[in-house]
Design a protein around this ligand. Structure first.
Ligand code: HEM
Length: 422
């Protein structure tokens, strides 16, 4: 059976699960054995307790071409060292210092959208979300150097990332070019002294391992490119789906609007307390991530023999796990196709921990940017929903386009109208 990281594979895995149950052993077209695991306990055991027996699996070779040995693709001791060095940069305290940048990036969209609304035109929200999230992560990484050094030529040298969905050789070559540019920024920072800045670049540059060593230039470049790719595509995809779902669900839109107007009525005074209190927005985003988890398929390869709760996994076996499929299994999520943010409410019958839900993965390799991404998405939706009502330009359901990330095959087009208030 041929498995890949594509739309065809989703259909194959759905069929296999329906016919053969929660854990299915598959012989792949390349001769290698694979397990497709849909048992929530086994998923948890693999990702949390036994994670060290696995490395990243099929599909990651392609990502490696782009990200070198950065955190998402590295394994074993290299991954452990980098994770320890990088994790402190993502503390809540540090992320809170980036809220103002999140507000600025959302406000920049508002200015553009107001002109589109006034002209009665439509917005390619898919592209807008890519541009929003890419610009935000670049500003969070490079701080003031984004304007002075990265944009020195007048064009964003990273723009190809949000335009080119294929991870082909051309993209790899473009990444090489931007590595040179980033290396120049790093060198200039070294001369100035990194402590003059607060941004991810300076935090990554000052990070040390147990022996007190910093990242080498190559390691630093791999980690920065990883941060850009990990940090924009997933949030952009989630916001893309969130706008789609909001524009289809007037009661959800009304509740979102009411909460935002109460908690962040003024863009000049958005803070972490208000963002924490935005519980409905949080639920809406969690439900969006249930239906459309950007990383829809995880792959692993067993490095040694393992025994999960009910199955033995010989070394060399490939593993496929799909949050997309588990999040839509009726046994755990009744009427799974329905968009219901209240599933994640404090009064929900079952706490989410009791149901399989892992859009950010689980265990030691869990996403580092989860908190960052919720703040970014809450700031964005909270500010923009107060300015615009969005209507879908077409009533067709978007088709899925599945690669490393879950995207829409065609962009989602929305028509913004300015709200009366303000
Ligand atoms: C809605 C937004 C996001 C989702 C759904 C998401 C999801 C994930 C998932 C599923 C993984 C694990 C992948 C695997 O093990 O194969 C991951 C890893 C990671 N994510 Fe995110 N992510 C999001 C946003 C972000 C943001 C905004 C950042 C950075 C600012 C970020 C940084 C990372 C990093 C560095 C890793 C690698 C962690 C490791 O292997 O130790 N992510 N993310």
């Amino acid at each position: 059976m041929a498995l890949g990281i594509d739309t065809e594979t989703l259909r194959t895995l759905e069929t296999v699960r329906a016919r053969h149950g929660n854990v299915v052993r598959i012989r792949q077209a390349n001769g290698r054995e694979a397990y497709f695991i849909n048992d929530p306990d086994e998923v948890r055991q693999l990702l949390v307790k036994n994670h060290a027996r696995y490395r990243k699996g099929p599909g990651f070779e392609r990502v490696k071409m782009l990200l070198g040995n950065g955190l998402i693709v590295s394994d074993g001791a290299t991954w452990r060292r980098s994770r320890r060095m990088i994790q402190p940069a993502f503390s809540r305290q540090n992320v809170h210092r980036l809220i103002q940048l999140m507000v600025d990036c959302a406000q920049a969209r508002a200015t553009k959208w107001a002109a589109v609304a006034a002209a009665g035109e439509t917005l390619d929200i898919t592209r807008e979300m890519s541009d929003f999230a890419l610009l935000l992560i670049l500003r969070c990484i490079f701080g003031e150097d984004y304007d002075t050094r990265i944009m020195a030529s007048g064009e964003n040298p990273f723009e190809f990332l949000s335009r080119d969905s294929a991870r082909d050789l051309r993209v790899v070559l473009q990444v090489r070019e931007v590595r040179d540019l980033v290396l120049d920024v790093i060198k200039a920072r070294r001369e100035e002294g990194a402590s003059a800045h607060f941004d991810f670049l300076s935090m990554y540059m000052s990070a040390t391992d147990k022996e007190g060593r910093h990242f080498s230039d190559d390691e630093l470049l791999d980690e920065l490119i990883t941060l850009i790719v990990a940090g924009y595509e997933t949030s952009a995809g989630t916001l893309n789906w969130a706008w789609f779902l909001i524009s289809r669900n007037p009661p959800a839109e009304a509740e979102l609007l009411q909460e935002a107007a109460k908690l962040i009525p003024d863009a000049g005074a958005v803070d972490q307390e208000a963002l924490t209190e935005m519980t409905y927005t949080q639920q809406l985003l969690e439900e969006t991530l249930r239906l459309y988890p950007p990383v829809w398929l995880f792959t692993r390869r067993a490095e040694e023999n393992d025994v999960l709760t009910r199955h033995s996994v010989p070394a060399g076996t490939d593993i496929y796990l799909s949050p997309y499929i588990l999040h839509r299994t009726a046994e755990y999520w009744p009427e799974p196709e329905m968009f219901r943010p209240e599933r994640f409410g404090p009064d929900a019958e079952h706490k989410k921990g009791e149901r399989p839900y892992f859009p950010f993965s689980l265990g030691p390799r869990r996403c580092l940017g989860e908190y960052f991404s919720f703040l970014e998405m809450k700031v964005h939706l909270g500010l923009l929903i107060q300015r615009f009502h969005m209507t879908l330009a077409s009533d067709q359901d978007p088709e899925l386009d599945l690669g490393i990330n879950l995207r829409t095959r065609q962009p989602i087009i929305l028509r913004p109208t300015l709200r009366d208030k303000r």
